[in-house]
Write a protein that binds this ligand. Structure first.
Ligand code: PEP
Length: 249
């Protein structure tokens, strides 16, 4: 039985004040919630504060990125061990914004996946097609290519205790979510793709949907058999909206 996971990606938003306020609001709204794993991904510089502010709650921490190097002369980078040291559990990798603005390749994302597994952190591997790829009927081709970069280098067992977030790029931050049926079809394709290598690994894999999830569309998305929660951007910045999404899961 898979436990749903709802994760808030704060992206480049936050301050000390906002971190304290948002976490206090979430703690309050989610104190009696059971049966759904909850994580927040503040900007890296607020992870330490967030770790203190979530103490004693069942909210966990995610980072938004990691470097492939462990230490040394890599100015400005953050290693997996540093994230682990500060109390992080999950790390988002392969987000479309990093693939686009930072030119992160499938191969680099696969290296990040490996570094996280080695450190005992849980990768949240983001995949998904652009609008043009969607219109060209290439959704499955793009998703399988992005997964295969990990599958072919690390083997299917690497997907044990990990998360894949299907995030169609055209749905991120646009207010135009995939329909539950569209999302379910791709999620089933992803699970079947992994199952071809190992059915047990596919069964336990957490498959999140991401792309304009809000408190109105969450329930219907979560009712789909292969959608195990959500990676939430914009709506994760408001305690009431994010809590409502968690409760829907
Ligand atoms: C995201 O950043 O991963 C995301 C899904 O954003 P939004 O919910 O704002 O579409």
């Amino acid at each position: 039985m898979r436990h749903p996971l709802v994760m808030g990606n704060w992206k480049l938003n936050g301050s000390k004040h906002m971190t304290a306020d948002l976490i206090a609001g979430l703690r309050n709204a989610l104190s009696s919630v059971d049966g759904c794993d909850v994580a927040i991904a503040p900007p890296v510089m607020y992870l330490g504060q967030a770790h203190q502010d979530i103490a004693g709650s069942h909210i966990t921490l995610s980072a938004q990125n990691v470097d492939i190097n462990l230490n040394g002369a890599f100015t400005g980078e953050i290693s997996a061990e540093m994230l682990k040291d500060i109390g992080v559990r999950y790390v988002i990798i392969g987000h479309s914004e990093r693939r686009t603005y930072h030119k992160e390749s499938d191969e680099l994302v696969a290296k990040k996946f490996a570094v996280l597994k080695d450190a005992g952190l849980i990768p949240v591997l983001c995949i998904g097609e652009t609008e043009a790829e969607n219109e060209a009927g290439k959704t499955k081709e793009v998703c399988s290519r992005q997964i295969d970069a990990v599958l072919n280098t690390l083997g299917v067992e690497a997907f044990n205790n990990t998360v894949i977030a299907y995030e169609p790029v055209w749905a991120i931050g646009t207010g135009k979510s995939a329909t539950p049926a569209q999302a379910q079809a791709v999620h089933k394709f992803i699970r079947d793709h992994i199952a071809k290598k190992n059915a047990a690994v596919a069964q336990q894999l957490i498959l999140q949907y991401g792309g304009s999830v809000n408190d109105k569309n969450a329930s219907e998305l979560f009712a789909q058999p292969d959608i195990d929660g959500a990676l939430v951007g914009g709506a994760s910045l408001k305690a009431d909206a994010f809590s409502a999404i968690v409760k829907a899961a």
